[in-house]
Design a protein around this ligand. Structure first.
Ligand SMILES: Cc1cc2nc3c(=O)[nH]c(=O)nc-3n(C[C@H](O)[C@H](O)[C@H](O)COP(=O)(O)OP(=O)(O)OC[C@H]3O[C@@H](n4cnc5c(N)ncnc54)[C@H](O)[C@@H]3O)c2cc1C
Length: 288
């Protein structure tokens, strides 16, 4: 029997705190549970929605009847250390906070630029999350994932389709476990991480519920710059707006709704299109 909860408040499952009610959310504890859920999805025709920390996800209001599958009970990991490397094998629900504590403890290099991203391993790999010139696929070695028919596949990095904030897993598949490889470092990794976190604190609105970067950066230009120049920094629709601190961060000032968020995004897409002839592409994942 796979654990589940009914009538779940989705605003509590995403960091921007917007969304309606999920009829049911499943909490698998093993790869067998996930395989079973993918088969249920196929038989029932219900769309499977994997849920990580929800830091890149927004839900519509109302009742949602998808097959929501949280990774919050998939938190096992192991670390194998050799003289100059370490390999961490982590289930999808392992948080970046856990990885940060490991890389600090063993002074490992390769993850430090990603350290402040509020992610789960599964969500970060699905999004190919990145920061400060690095992305998670720089260190991914292997992904174990289950396809829509319930088949478990082990893919090495070069067998996976990925790009800037994009992977094949955004179209299909549930990431179960990921292997990442890191180098032992001669630099002071805890200190570098501390500096990155400080910089994030200065540049990002971490005092309000947010879903991070709203739009992907178009080629050669930052989405935040375009939004700022289009007069949208600090612009609000009701309780949802683009942060005063970082124009590409959408924030919830209190009782933000999905309709307000949608209007905000449409306004931004329209204005940036008119001013610059650039079509913005959403980075946040909207579940309707
Ligand atoms: C304050 C803040 C700062 C941020 N900074 C950054 C940043 O610097 N760089 C960056 O890239 N992002 C950033 N983000 C966005 C977000 O943190 C990343 O995209 C992160 O990787 C999302 O991880 P998650 O576990 O929250 O994924 P979720 O939001 O839960 O999910 C994201 C997508 O991945 C899918 N997914 C989740 N788990 C799985 C799985 N096991 N298998 C298949 N698909 C899955 C979901 O269905 C969804 O489509 C930031 C967000 C916030 C709120």
């Amino acid at each position: 029997m796979i654990d589940y909860e009914e009538n779940v408040d989705l605003s509590k499952l995403c960091t921007i705190r917007i969304g309606g009610t999920a009829k049911r959310v499943y909490f698998p504890k093993s790869v067998e549970d996930i395989i079973q859920l993918l088969k249920i999805s196929q038989d029932s025709g219900k769309k499977i929605i994997p849920l990580g920390v929800g830091s890149n996800t927004v839900f519509r209001d109302g009742i949602l009847d998808h097959l929501f599958v949280s990774t919050s009970k998939l938190k096992r990991y192991e670390i194998e250390r050799s003289e100059d490397h370490a390999v961490i094998t982590a289930e999808a629900g392992v948080s970046f906070k856990t990885l940060v504590s490991l890389v600090k403890r063993y002074n490992l290099e390769g993850f430090e630029n990603l350290s402040g991203i509020p992610a789960s391993v599964g969500g970060a790999v699905a999004m190919n999350a990145g920061a400060f010139g690095s992305e998670i696929f720089d260190i991914v070695e292997q992904v174990e994932w289950i396809d829509s028919e319930g088949k478990l596949t082990v893919s090495s990095k070069d067998e996976i389709d990925y790009g800037y904030r994009y992977t094949q897993f955004q179209k299909e598949g549930f990431i179960y476990r990921v292997k990442i490889k890191l180098r032992k470092s001669k630099r002071n990794i805890p200190q570098i991480i501390k500096e990155h976190l400080k910089e994030r604190n200065i540049k990002q609105p971490l005092d309000l519920p947010t879903s991070g970067s709203t739009f992907k950066n178009p080629d050669g230009i930052s989405a935040g710059y375009l939004l700022d120049k289009a007069g949208l920094k600090g612009f609000r629709v009701g309780d949802v707006g683009f942060s005063e601190k970082h124009a590409n961060f959408t924030v919830n000032y209190g009782h933000g709704s999905y309709d307000q968020l949608k209007k905000l995004l449409e306004t931004a897409e329209k204005l940036v299109g008119e001013y610059f002839g650039i079509k913005l592409e959403k980075e946040i994942r909207i579940v309707e």
